[in-house]
Design a protein. Structure first.
Lengths: 401, 136
């Protein structure tokens, strides 16, 4: 039976792209948006914009209420202990940079930061640069053949000198959930802070930051069917208290004179300047939309699509998967075929997939690959999208071989 | 300025292409005509940084006229390089500077290969050629 998505019609973007002959299979890069989010964005601007937290006038009060309502929805979405644990940032990348600067004062030369070999540049470079600034040792946890952090090696690499562990929850290249429970327990046992990059993980199933037990959890709205320019930084209350302020300006200050100032605590102390008000409000609309879906049905749909993707790739000669993906995406290369050539011919046929190093150059280098093709799925994709992809793949391989 | 013979040939062939598939086949055929570069020519100095495909450009000037050779590990990029070299072969710096290379790809029906979101290295090759053309 063909796989259909009951939510496809809620996403005008996927319908528009399909009408244009484009099969969108790049949701791990950014997702299409539900109509409810578009309505919210337009509704805010059309109804009268105002800055938040600053004015006592009615438009300002209305904007502030809507803005803060998203904070509450985000806190519920992640099961945060309190709304004050949610900081709005520009995205995952900014959240991670905020942490790398805000925690810098806690590190001394010789301390260790541990990441994994599969990290996206966003969860590698801020720590790498912090290590350079402070004379720290950056350790990299190796992976097993499935693309999962090797727990035996992690147990010895995460040692008492480890001050911070930063890990992706779900790899954007390998599509594999990482064994966070075990790894976070190791970090806790060593007294290290923990940071989870949930950019991919937050999109697939509900995540519970209290159950995870990490100090910080970060993600972006735009991959979660929300707008660009908004990210979330969740921090446990005690962890947020250890952060130093990093960007200074309007609204993050309590008291200022010419020579000195005192700053607000989290979250507002970390939201200097005017935030992306419309986008934050629109994220709230996305979260409402997502909360209204049957979560089990979404998970079952995504699992069925993913299984069909893996089965189809598995039936084709010479296709080699990167790791053993479990959800959302699959990256692959084809023996004897340059992935750039394959990408070129898929593009010619209106297949929107990603090719290249996927912002994880060290990982691709360690696999000995110049690049790979990544097919990634959203809840609006259906079996016909995959059928078009496979037909195009076969055509491309026929031309190239 | 009259087209070099190879460029005229490329223009005729690509203009006659009815669709993407024939264009892709033709690109690969043109790519196969590119003479291979030696190991020493595929050096870091000659490398033009694209993204996932590697591209090398060897530029020499004889009596004021440019002679380019190029290669890539990706077949379709080799084809794009071949039709590029067909157009610039034997030009002097002034001619090279005046040449509208994006328009050349446009005439061949290959304009999308130069779109800014592409990481195939072709834009970088054009950039390198423009820089070379400025050298006295």
């Amino acid at each position: 039976m063909p796989i259909t998505s009951p939510w496809r019609a809620d996403f005008p973007g996927i319908l528009a792209l399909a009408a244009e002959g484009q099969t969108y299979l790049d949701s791990a890069a950014t997702a299409q948006k539900p109509q409810a989010m578009l309505d919210s964005l337009l509704g805010y601007y059309a109804g009268g914009a105002a800055n938040v937290h600053r004015a006592q006038h009615l438009p300002g009060e209305r904007a502030t209420r809507a803005f803060e309502a998203t904070r509450a929805k985000a806190a519920r979405w992640l099961n945060a202990a309190s709304v004050d644990e949610i900081v709005f940032t520009r995205g995952t990348t900014e959240s991670l940079n905020l942490l790398a600067y805000g925690l810098e004062h806690l590190f001394q030369a010789g301390d260790r930061i541990v990441v994994s070999a599969l990290e996206h540049h966003a969860n590698l470079l801020p720590w790498q640069q912090l290590a350079e600034r402070r004379g720290l040792e950056l350790r990299v946890l190796p992976l097993d053949d499935h693309g999962q952090v090797d727990l035996d090696q992690a147990a010895s690499l995460i040692d008492p000198r480890t001050r911070l562990l930063a890990l992706s929850q779900l790899s954007n290249v390998l599509g594999r959930w990482q064994p966070l429970a075990e790894l976070l327990a190791l970090a806790r046992a060593r007294g290290a802070l923990s940071v989870v990059d949930g950019a991919q993980g937050v999109v697939h199933g509900r995540q519970d930051v209290q159950a995870l037990g990490c100090d910080f959890y970060v993600c972006s709205a735009h991959k979660l069917y929300g707008p660009e320019g908004v990210g979330l930084l969740h921090g446990r209350r005690q962890a947020l208290q250890r952060l130093r302020h990093w960007q200074f300006g309007g609204e993050m200050v309590l008291q200022a004179d010419y020579q000195h100032a005192h700053f607000r605590p989290a979250p507002l102390g970390f939201e200097a300047g005017t935030p992306p008000i419309a986008a934050v409000i629109a994220l709230g609309a996305t979260l409402d939309y997502l909360a209204g879906l049957d979560a089990e049905a979404v998970a079952a749909h995504e699992a069925a699509l993913h299984a069909e993707l893996l089965a189809g790739l598995g039936r084709r000669d010479g296709v080699r998967l990167l790791g053993a993906p479990q959800v959302a995406l699959a990256s692959f290369m084809v023996a004897g075929v340059h992935s750039a050539d394959l990408a070129h011919l898929l593009t010619e046929q209106g297949i929107a997939v990603r090719s290249g190093h996927h912002c994880a150059m060290p990982l691709l280098k360690s696999l000995g690959l110049p690049g790979a093709i990544r097919v990634s799925l959203g809840l609006y994709n259906d079996g016909e999208d995959l059928a078009r992809f496979f037909a195009a793949l076969d055509k491309a391989l026929e031309l190239l071989r | 300025m009259s087209l070099p013979a190879a460029a005229r040939e490329a223009l005729d062939a690509f203009a006659a292409c009815p669709g993407w598939e024939q264009r892709a086949r033709l690109l690969m055929q043109w790519g196969e005509r590119l003479p291979a570069l030696s190991e020493s020519e595929r050096s870091e100095a000659n490398r033009v940084h694209g993204c996932e495909s590697q591209v090398w450009l060897v530029a020499e000037r004889q009596d004021g006229h440019w002679r380019f050779r190029a290669s890539s590990d990706a077949r379709l990029i080799r084809g794009l390089l071949a039709v590029l070299l067909a157009r610039v072969e034997g030009l002097d710096s002034a001619q090279l500077q005046q040449l509208d290379l994006p328009d050349w790809f446009n005439q061949l029906g290959l304009a999308r290969q130069l779109s800014p979101s592409r990481s195939n290295g072709l834009n970088a090759v054009l950039q390198r050629m423009r820089e070379l053309a400025k050298t006295p």
